[in-house]
Ligand binder design. Structure first.
Ligand code: SF4
Length: 329
């Protein structure tokens, strides 16, 4: 048996015993696989499950999603972050209805031409929903491949190309669906970022980094994205179980989401609370005030019943603030 066959069979044997098989999107349905794959970008499986179930119960198919108001789509995304993912899902659904009979095309290039679908998502849709032999290269797969084959310390584009080459060379033609799921599961359950559980790994006899005791050197560390510190000043006004919110503009942080009305602030004795909130490129300090006299000067606000908040797309920072302050001030 050659090395690639060993890789496949050891991985698939492990999957049969230990892999995930009961996730709600593990069905032969490209719509469900697509929604889950987009949600799983930058987000852990456990967090995604509830969001996925709520989303699918509201939009069970492509046509209903395409017809939906984008605000309703964003509302179901509230708290998941990276809201462009939801906008792209909505645009893609509309394109599929107009151009592909309301289904995702069964073709790598056509899939990759749709908003928000890159090669990994396209490969996942084709392999997980239709058992076609297309590779994927998400963060978990990259980590496993870079350790097994000791791929590191080269330019980023070469590094990614090399990993794609390995991912494509190793894919099982017989069981691509299980093979890709197995690699993702191995990366998230065994070959974890720090302290990988190599002694229980099905690939440890093949893993070059493990053999030379260098697992911590792979994958190579990324240069950290510089996070810029930003301070926001916001008003918290609550009356009769309703909160005053304003829809943010179409660009910038939390574009198009509902948040507290903001103002250009100066230090104020009316400061209620200050919270830190970290985004991928920003470290926000949000100062929350109770200057009710400013309310009249702020345009375009809307009273929202606290019990209706989930119908209005909002960032998780809003819930953090509501939970942190005494609403009866
Ligand atoms: S042996 Fe260790 S480092 Fe190598 S793939 Fe398995 S868990 Fe990852």
């Amino acid at each position: 048996m050659n090395q690639i066959m060993k890789f496949q069979s050891q991985l698939l044997n492990w999957y049969d015993l230990h892999g995930r098989k009961n996730l709600p999107w593990q069905v032969d349905d490209s719509y469900l696989v697509w929604i889950s794959e987009i949600m799983l970008q930058q987000t852990q499986v456990l967090k995604v499950i509830d969001y996925f179930n709520a989303f699918i119960s509201e939009f069970p198919n492509m046509k209903l999603l395409a017809q939906a108001d984008i605000n309703d789509v964003l509302a179901l995304w509230s708290g998941l972050g990276y809201y462009n993912r939801a906008r792209n899902i909505h645009k893609t659904a509309q394109i599929c209805v107009q151009e592909h009979n309301a289904i995702l095309p069964l073709d790598l290039k056509k899939l990759m031409a749709l908003p928000g679908i890159g090669q990994t998502t396209a490969g996942a849709i084709l392999s997980l929903a239709s058992n076609l032999p297309f590779a994927i290269l998400d963060g978990n797969v990259k980590r496993v491949m870079s350790r097994v084959y000791r791929v590191g310390e080269i330019k980023l584009s070469e590094y990614t190309n090399k990993l794609w080459q390995l991912a494509e060379q190793n894919i099982s033609k017989q069981r691509p669906k299980n093979y890709n799921q197995a690699l993702m599961d191995l990366g998230s359950l065994v070959c974890v970022r720090s302290k990988p559980r190599c002694h229980e790994c099905p690939l440890n006899t093949l893993c070059q980094a493990y053999q030379v005791n260098e697992t911590e050197l792979y994958p190579p560390k990324k240069t950290k994205t510089k996070q810029i510190a930003v301070t926001l000043h916001a008003l918290l006004v609550i009356k009769d179980e309703k909160i005053l919110l304003r829809k943010r503009g179409e660009t910038g942080i939390w574009a198009g989401l509902w948040f507290l009305p903001e103002f250009i602030g100066k230090k104020s004795s009316n400061l209620l609370h200050s919270i830190k909130h970290v985004l991928s490129h920003r470290i926000l300090t949000i100062n929350v005030y109770k200057n009710k006299e400013l309310v009249d000067k702020i345009q375009d606000c809307h009273w929202v019943a606290l019990s209706d908040l989930k119908k209005f797309a909002h960032p998780s920072a809003l819930v953090k603030i509501i939970n942190a302050v005494d609403l009866k001030y």
